[in-house]
Each structure stands twice: as C-alpha cells, then as structure tokens.
Write a protein that binds this ligand. Structure first.
Ligand code: NOJ
Length: 552
C-alpha cells in the first residue's frame, strides 16, 4: 500500500508496548526499576519491532494506586529518576525511530496534590472548585458503579472539615477533578502542552468516561474531548490520544467524535478483547465473530487499539453472567484468581497452561485484527503472574531478563525488591529474555518475526474488515482490504485439525502469497481457498493483483 497516509497516521500501524518503569529494569541498584533502566532496554524493544512505547505513570505520587494518584504533573517520581533521565529516554527512543506516549491521568489527582490540600483547607480556597462537592448526603452508589468494591462502598466521601462530600470514582484518596470548571480544563491543556513540548507523541488517557459523569452542571461530555483534541493537534499535528473507555460498542464509538474523528483517535477495543477470551475458552470462533460484527468500523482517521492483557484486572464485565462464569471456570476457577467479581488477575500463558500453540494463536489474532496491537511487557516471553501479590499487582511483577537473581531485574536481595518476582513454572528460571534469544523457536523470536510481518502488512492498520465464511464454527476467517490489496487471515480456535474452504469473493487476476511461510498455497477456482489447519493453527495471506509490488 502507499505509505504516505500511513506516515501521518503513524499510530494506525504502530506496535505499542506498555510498561511500568518501576518493574522494568533497576539500573541504579535500589530494587526499583527506573527511567535509566528503560533507556538501556530501548534497543531490545526496537529489536523486537516495538515502534511506540506507552509508559505508565512515572510522576511523583504517594503510590497508593501504583502511580495513578499524582501529586505533581510536571515532574518525575524521584524513585524512578529525574526529568533529565526522562528526556534521555525520549531522545534515545526517537533516535531508534520509536514513539513515546505517556499516561495522562486527569480524571482525578491524589488527595496529597497541592490543589486538593488547599481545596480541603477551606471552601474559599481558589482550588475548591477544582473538585466536585455536594452539600447533601449522597445517594447510595449502585454496586455496578463501584470500580474498587473491595475498598469503597460509595463514590462520595464526606470531608469532615467542611461537612461536604467530594466525588471520587476510584479510591477515596483520588478526588475527581471538576471539568465544569474552565480553570481545570486550562490546567489540563497546560499539562499536556508541557509534555508535548518535551517531545512525547501522545497520551493514553486514563478513565475517560468518568471525567464527564456526575458533574451535574450540564457540561457537554464530548465538548471536553473535542477541546483537548483540538488543543493537542494545534500543538503537535501528529500527536495521538488513546482512550481508556470500557463501554459497550455503541457508547464506546461516541468517543471517536462525531466529526471526522474529532475526539480520541484511538480507543481500546474492550468488547472484542472480552469476546476473544470467551472464544478461546469455548474453542469456538463465533463469540469473536459476533463481537467483530457488532463493533463499528473505526472512522478513517481513528483506530481500534487491540489488546489481550493490560495492567489491570482482565475485565470481563461486558460478558453476561453465564459467559463470565464460563471463562472463570476455565481460566481462573480459584476465587483468588478473580477480582471484583468481574475479572481475572492472571496472565494469558498460565491460563492456557503454557500451550504454545494456543498462545501463538491468540497473539496472531491480536496482531491481525484490524487495528493497532498493544502489548503489555512480558507478553513477548510468556511471563506469568504472582498470585501471592494483592489485587491487580499480581501482573505488575519485575520483567524477567535472565535466570539469575530476581530475573536480572535488580541486584538487591529479593526482600528489597519493589515487588516480588513470579515464582515457579512461569518465573525467571523458566521464562526469560536471555534464554529465549538463543532459541529460534522461542516465543520471543516468534514475536519478533510476527511483528516484522505485521509492520510490513500495513493494510491491517488501514483497511476495512470483512468477515468471511469458512464453514466451520471453530474457524474465524477475515479479510482486511486497503486499495487493491486484501489480507486474508484464517484462525482455528479449535483443538482439532480441520479442512476448511474459505470463500474469498472477487479474486480475478489476483495472486495469493503466504505471509507466514507455512507453505505455498494455490488459489482454488472461483475465489475459494481450501486449507488444512492444524489444531489452533492460523495462516496469513496477501491477495493482490499479480503486477503489484509488495514486501517479500
Ligand atoms: C485506570 C487504570 O488503568 C487503573 O490502573 C487505575 O487504577 C484507574 N484508572 C484509576 O486511575
């Protein structure tokens, strides 16, 4: 395909990699990962084909929500380094052609932020109206609206000094900012402008829908994001906003905007992610197919971000109760593996009992559904979780670099680590970067090859999805078309080999190329593709006019 449009909309074909600085690599030897450590690993990341780094919050914070509780938006947590270290990281990433996006956590601050401290001191504080207050006792919060039901039973907390209640959709130590106040909107632009000026390429916007709920002042929710987007685009034409909006499809797409994508350019595809787990459990492609059918195409100037795992609980809140129970039973039967009644606190490899065929099938789907793949650190080597650690932290364990002490993450005694490493079958002794580098068949080397192929197949980021008929419930066949090129993808979610006939539609004058080099594949008569798929097997093909040039 022509690369000119893809270059402007770089995020449509990025391979995004999310990491938590404090658990990636401890360079100064204090037991805590740091920005210098991440900088040291930029070449590793560039080597596997990552083209965009997403850094979880690294700002000063009392760390009661792993940094999602910020006390200063213009600085770096001294445990992780300095602003100078941040700029070196940014500069190094850019030198290797890698973009950097950072978390923009602006639904709330920490209650230790100077704004909230001042607001709390007196109703006459200039910062009082930065937060959302009410005089009367609030109504009971419906259970479904509690994000952390283990810790909170209301989204309002009484401030004893003033007798008023303040809003907090998350923990009570994370008071929500008041977006009805123009001064707050101004502050947010100042913050985003600061980091853009330093050189970041965009933001992962935390907790998007919460920012515009319950303000009670008639604020047009979408005006806020339109303004933010317009501001960001004025400052940096190609900067991206990637929104965390876990809502059903029809509510979700509203955050793309109603102009030609005039709000958040990218949204995480939560409904499709959740359906993927149901499909994996059932070994049946139909739940995924149905979710893709129900998911509107992203507008041309927007994009779905595809993911299988992020740093939170693996939420299954959009499945119905029976479906969720099915996934729990298969992938997390022990109550200690579950969280908040709606999610799992495990990573994929242990859930799949380490079955490499199934793991690769799942990641092949991640890389080939139309959209931009987002990986969570450690997925490339098949890290597991540590269920001994509380709550969501079970999947935020130290990156496993070697089979040495602490997986090569840090030289300190294990008792001084910021968080314990994974133990056992998926821990560093068995799963680490160093060992996998030397093994051609390792997951790491497979990822490197697959990411290279994904990057060469830009149609997957730009094109239009068509679901194809393969005549088999376990098989998802889809096609992504951009201009004269169609990418054809066939995935067998079942545990039995099968023979399928995929109806490709119009193929006159076209040539079919096997993109994964499994073997050559002749194109059958009348646009039919006959294939034998192994259990959990998958194939990628390019279908294009015989005279068109393309990647080898
Ligand atoms: C969503 C983040 O992903 C999560 O980790 C955090 O606790 C909440 N937002 C609050 O910021």
């Amino acid at each position: 395909m022509t690369r000119s449009a893809a270059a402007d909309l770089w995020w449509k074909n990025a391979v995004v990699y999310c990491l938590d600085v404090e658990t990636y690599l401890d360079w100064d030897g204090d037991g805590i990962g740091d920005l210098r450590g991440v900088t040291e690993r930029i070449d590793y990341l560039a080597g596997i084909g990552v083209s965009c780094l997403w850094l979880m919050p690294f700002y000063p914070s009392p760390n009661r929500d792993d940094g999602y509780d910020i006390t200063d938006y213009y600085a770096v947590d001294p445990r992780l380094g300095t602003l100078g270290d941040f700029v070196v990281l940014l500069r190094t990433a850019k030198d290797r052609g890698m973009r950097v996006v950072i978390d923009l956590v602006i639904n709330h601050t920490s209650d230790q932020h100077p704004w909230f401290k001042s607001a709390r001191r007196s109703p006459r504080s200039p910062y009082r109206d930065y937060y959302v207050w009410r005089d009367e006792a609030p109504p009971t919060t419906p259970a479904a609206d509690l994000v952390f039901p283990d810790a909170e039973d209301s989204i309002w907390t009484k401030d004893e000094r003033s007798g008023q209640w303040y809003l907090h959709h998350f923990y009570r130590h994370q008071p929500d900012l008041n977006y009805a106040n123009p001064a707050v909107r101004d502050e947010i632009q100042r913050i985003a402008g600061f980091w853009l000026e330093l050189g970041v390429d965009g933001f992962r916007v935390d907790a998007v829908p919460f920012m515009v709920e319950d303000t009670d002042v008639g604020l047009d929710p979408h005006a806020l994001f339109k303004d933010l987007r317009a501001f960001i685009t004025r400052r940096r034409g190609d900067a991206v906003l990637l929104g965390e909006v876990n809502l059903p499809g029809k509510d979700l797409v509203r955050y793309f905007g109603d102009g030609p994508g005039d709000e958040l350019q990218m949204l995480f595809g939560f409904p499709v992610m959740q359906a993927t787990y149901l499909a994996l459990v059932r070994k049946d492609a139909r739940p995924l197919r149905a979710a893709l059918e129900a998911s509107p195409a992203a507008p041309r100037e927007c994009q779905w971000a595809r993911f299988l795992r992020n740093h939170d609980e693996l939420t299954l809140d959009q499945l119905d109760d029976d479906e969720r129970a099915e996934v729990f039973a298969a992938f997390g039967p022990d109550p200690g593996m579950q969280l908040f009644g709606r999610g799992l606190r495990r990573r994929l490899p242990p859930m799949l009992d380490g079955d490499q065929r199934r793991l690769r099938l799942a990641y092949s789907l991640l890389l080939s559904l139309p959209g931009t793949p987002v990986l969570y650190y450690g997925e490339e080597i098949g890290m597991g979780e540590n269920l001994e650690i509380d709550g969501r932290m079970s999947v935020r364990t130290p990156m496993q670099w070697t089979d040495q002490r602490n997986g090569g993450f840090s030289p300190v005694p294990p008792s001084r680590l910021v968080r314990p490493a994974v133990d056992g079958r998926f821990g560093p002794m068995a799963v680490n970067v160093a060992d996998q580098r030397g093994d051609q068949d390792s997951l790491l080397n497979w990822f490197e090859r697959m990411i290279r192929r994904r990057r060469e197949t830009a149609e997957l980021g730009m094109g239009q999805l068509t679901l194809l008929d393969a005549g088999h419930d376990a098989v998802l066949a889809h096609r992504v078309d951009e201009g004269p090129v169609g990418i054809v993808l066939v995935h067998n979610l079942g545990d039995e080999p099968c023979l399928v006939t995929v109806e490709l539609g119009e193929t006159e004058g076209c040539e079919l190329t096997d993109l994964l080099e499994v073997s050559g594949q002749p194109l059958g008569d009348g646009g039919r593709l006959e294939l034998k798929l192994e259990a959990y097997g998958f194939r990628w093909f390019r279908l294009q006019p015989a005279d068109l040039r393309s990647a080898p």
